[in-house]
Design a binder for this molecule. Structure first.
Ligand SMILES: [Mg+2]
Ligand SMILES: [Zn+2]
Length: 191
């Protein structure tokens, strides 16, 4: 087994699964058909696969942590059945205007901030010379860039719209653009 451990941080909604707004029920959580294949390729190439996701729907009261946990358990189990392993999941529940008091915060973990990646740095022994962040939004690219990752923007989810929207302010451009998570992973694995 490959001992080498770089890391690929993955956004969730619009990257692994169809972005269906605030996903407040497991029935709205539908993974892209290539998700397992992509993650399996990363596992085999010796990368940790860690999900980094903003879930301000918690703070806004659209769903609770039990529902989020149910969705994540389902995601992990369904992928595992296809031989694909998620090593960790970190989520930000916060929103500055949250209805739920305990989640009301200007935090350092909501992407484009880097707090979630920093939590992963504490929990995993990561080779920081080989880190990637894949996501469908500018906030993913920014969070990844600030964390020292190479960044790949996918065109699924909000990606295509963000890329063609000329008024969009790019603080940082993605290092690469790929049609899907699978194409992004192919770019990483062939390096
Ligand atoms: Mg997303
Ligand atoms: Zn947060």
């Amino acid at each position: 087994m490959n001992e080498y451990k770089g890391v690929v941080f993955l956004d969730r909604d619009g990257t692994i699964n169809y972005d269906a707004g605030y996903i407040n029920h497991i029935d709205n959580f539908i993974m892209y058909p290539y998700a397992a294949q992509a993650i399996r390729m990363l596992n085999k190439s010796g990368y940790y696969v860690i999900v980094i996701t903003n879930q301000s729907g918690l703070g806004r009261g659209f769903f609770n942590e039990e529902t989020l946990e149910e969705i994540h358990n389902y995601m992990v189990k369904t992928l595992k059945e296809q031989g694909a392993v998620i090593d960790g999941i970190y989520f930000c529940p916060h929103d500055p205007n949250a209805k739920i008091e305990k989640y009301k915060a200007v935090c350092n973990c909501r992407k484009p901030e880097t707090g979630l990646v920093e939590m992963a740095f504490k929990d995993f022994n990561i080779d920081k010379s080989n880190m990637y962040f894949i996501g469908d939004k500018h906030s993913d690219i920014l969070s990844g860039h600030k964390s020292g990752c190479k960044t790949i923007m996918v065109k699924t989810g909000y990606g295509q719209g963000d890329l063609i929207n000329k008024s969009h302010k790019w603080e940082v451009k993605p290092d690469n653009i790929a049609n899907t998570l699978l194409d992004a992973v192919k770019l990483i694995v062939k390096n």
